[in-house]
Design a protein. Structure first.
Ligand SMILES: [Zn+2]
Length: 494
C-alpha cells in the first residue's frame, strides 16, 4: 500500500486537510452507510430477523448522526450489531504516529502532538488505523472508575518528565480517549455509577472533564453506542437525565418472531461443520430445539426480565450433535443423525440459561427444563401429525409391546426392533423419510413419533429409555396443553 507517511505527503493525497478536518466519525459512518444503502445487499450481513424492525431504526440513527442505545434482553444480538458498525468505517484512517488518542493530523488535541507538529512540521510522521482498531468496548459494572473510562493523573509520568501534575503530559488516558475518532460501546449502561455517567456526559457535551480535581480538556470525536436491559434503563434514577437526553435514539431489539427465523440464526451460529463424521440433522430436531426457547419465553416459571437468550438453542444444538456423535463413535457408525431423545441429553447446555422465578426454583431447573423439552416435542409433533391416527401404535404398546432406544444399542439393533411395531414405519412419510433412507434416519424419525406420543402421554417411557404402555388408559388425541400451576407471588428482586 502506498499511503502517505508524512504530514506533507498527506496534504496532497485523498486525505487532504479540507476533507479530513470536516470528516468526524459520525460523518464517516453516515457517508459509508449511504453508499451501502445504494447497493442491493444487506446492510449488516449475518444479522437475521431485524430487517423490518431494528435495522431501519439503526440506519435512521446513523443517518441522523446520533449516539444511540440498543434496549433488549440478553442474547438478542446487541453486541453483534454494535461490532458490525465497524464495517461502516473507512478501510484506513490516518493519525499522528505514536499518539495514544489517534489525533487528527490537521487538528491534534493532545499536547504531545501539538508540540510534535510544531517541531517537525510537514515531516510529522503519519500512521493508520484499520476499522477494528477503532472500536472500543466496555462492559459497565458498578466498579468502573473515572480512571478506567477517562483517565488518571500519573505522578510517575509527571516526576520523570518534570511536569506539573496538572499538565496534560501527566495524564494516563482511559478507554474513552483511546476510542477517539472511533466507536465506543458501553454494554449494560445502567450499571455505570452515577458520577461516571456525569463524567461521560461532560466529555460528550463540553469536551472537558475533571480528573482528580484537575480540569482536563479533551474535545474528543467519538460515536457513542450503548446497550441495556430495557427495564434497567427505564427504571427511575438508573440513568442520569442529561445523559439520557444526549442519547439520540433508543432502539428496541427482540427475539426471533418465528421458529423459522430462530432456526436460521441457530444454524448460522452453532458449531455444526465438524470434521470426521458425516452429519445429517433432521428438520424436526432443529424445530424441537428452537421451540424450547419459544416455549420458555412464554413460561411463567421463568424470569421474563432476563429473557431466554438465543444462545440457549445454539448451545443446545451443539450438545445434541455431540450426543449423536458420541453414540455413532461408540457404535462404530459413520453417519451421525441426531434424535429428539438427544435433546434431553443436552440439558447441561440449557439449565444455566434459565433464570427461574420462585415457582420454577421450587420445581428445580432440571424438571423445568425437562418439561420445556417435552412441550416443545409435543408442539413440533403436532405440526406433522395432527389428525393422523396413531391408535395402532398405541395399541401395540398397550398390549405389552416394549422397545428400548438407548445410546448403547447399534442403529441396526434398534431398527430391527422397530419393525415389530405395527403401523410405525408408514407414518414416517409425514417426515419425508422413505424406506430406502439410511437406518439412522429412519430410527431418528421413528423415535420422534414415539417421543411425540410420550409427550402427549399416550405411551410411557422410563429412565432407561424403554418405551412401553402409558399409565393411563388410551384416550382421544388432543393438542398438547401444559397444566398451568397456580400463580405464586413473584420472588423479590435483589
Ligand atoms: Zn496526540
Amino acid at each position: 500500500m502506498n499511503l502517505p507517511r508524512t504530514l506533507g505527503e498527506l496534504r496532497t493525497s485523498r486525505f487532504s486537510e479540507d476533507i479530513l478536518r470536516k470528516r468526524h466519525v459520525k460523518d464517516e459512518l453516515r457517508e459509508n452507510l449511504v453508499a451501502r444503502l445504494r447497493q442491493t445487499g444487506p446492510i449488516f450481513p449475518g444479522i437475521v430477523g431485524y430487517d423490518d424492525s431494528v435495522i431501519p431504526q439503526i440506519v435512521n440513527a446513523i443517518l441522523s448522526r446520533h449516539n444511540f442505545i440498543l434496549l433488549g434482553l440478553r442474547g438478542q444480538a446487541k453486541s453483534r450489531i454494535l461490532r458490525a458498525l465497524t464495517t461502516l468505517l473507512d478501510p484506513e484512517m490516518p493519525y499522528i504516529e505514536g499518539c495514544e488518542i489517534h489525533d487528527n493530523p490537521y487538528a491534534p488535541i493532545c499536547r504531545r502532538c501539538t508540540e510534535e507538529v510544531a517541531k517537525h512540521g510537514e515531516g510529522t510522521r503519519i500512521a493508520y488505523l484499520a476499522p477494528q482498531q477503532r472500536y472500543v468496548e466496555k462492559l459497565a459494572t458498578p466498579d468502573v472508575t473515572i480512571a478506567d473510562l477517562i483517565g488518571d493523573i500519573d505522578p510517575i509520568k509527571a516526576a520523570r518528565g518534570g511536569h506539573e501534575l496538572s499538565s496534560e503530559f501527566t495524564v494516563h488516558y482511559g478507554l474513552l480517549p483511546r476510542a477517539n475518532r472511533g466507536i465506543f460501546a458501553i454494554n449494560e449502561l445502567p450499571d455505570l455509577a452515577g458520577k461516571i455517567q456525569v463524567g461521560l456526559f461532560n466529555i460528550m457535551q463540553e469536551g472537558d472533564v475533571q480528573i482528580k480535581g484537575y480540569p482536563i480538556r479533551l474535545p474528543l470525536d467519538v460515536a457513542l453506542v450503548f446497550s441495556a436491559n430495557p427495564e434497567d434503563y427505564t427504571a427511575r434514577g438508573k440513568i442520569i437525565t442529561p445523559l439520557k437526553d444526549r442519547i439520540g435514539s433508543e432502539i428496541r431489539t427482540h427475539y426471533p418472531a418465528t421458529v423459522e427465523e430462530g432456526i436460521t440464526i441457530t444454524n448460522q451460529e452453532a458449531w455444526t461443520q465438524r470434521d470426521g463424521y458425516k452429519l445429517q440433522i433432521p428438520k424436526y430436531v432443529g424445530e424441537v430445539i428452537e421451540r424450547i426457547a419459544f416455549v420458555a419465553r412464554e413460561d411463567k416459571r421463568i424470569d421474563k426480565r432476563s429473557g431466554i437468550s438465543q444462545r440457549l438453542p445454539i448451545t443446545c444444538m451443539e450438545n445434541v450433535i455431540s450426543n449423536a456423535e458420541r453414540r455413532a463413535i461408540r457404535n462404530g457408525e459413520e453417519l451421525v443423525v441426531p434424535r429428539v431423545g438427544d435433546v434431553y441429553s443436552a440439558m447441561p447446555a440449557m439449565t444455566g440459561k434459565l433464570e427461574l422465578e420462585y415457582e420454577g426454583e421450587m420445581r428445580g431447573a432440571d424438571n423445568v427444563c425437562r418439561e420445556l423439552i417435552r412441550t416443545a416435542i409435543a408442539k413440533t409433533y403436532d405440526e406433522y401429525f395432527t389428525g393422523v391416527n396413531m391408535q395402532q401404535i398405541v395399541t401395540w404398546f398397550d398390549l405389552g409391546g416394549e422397545v428400548k432406544m438407548g445410546d448403547t444399542a447399534t442403529t441396526d439393533e434398534i431398527f430391527e426392533s422397530l419393525q415389530n411395531i405395527q403401523g410405525l414405519t408408514e407414518k414416517l412419510d409425514r417426515l419425508a423419510i422413505k424406506q430406502k433412507d439410511c437406518p439412522q434416519v429412519q430410527v431418528s424419525g421413528a423415535e420422534f413419533i414415539l417421543e411425540g406420543l410420550h409427550a402427549h402421554k399416550r405411551i410411557g417411557r422410563n429412565e432407561e429409555r424403554v418405551f412401553r404402555a402409558g399409565e393411563k388408559p388410551a384416550r382421544a388425541e388432543k393438542n398438547f396443553e401444559r397444566e398451568e400451576p397456580p400463580m405464586r407471588p413473584r420472588r423479590p428482586y435483589n
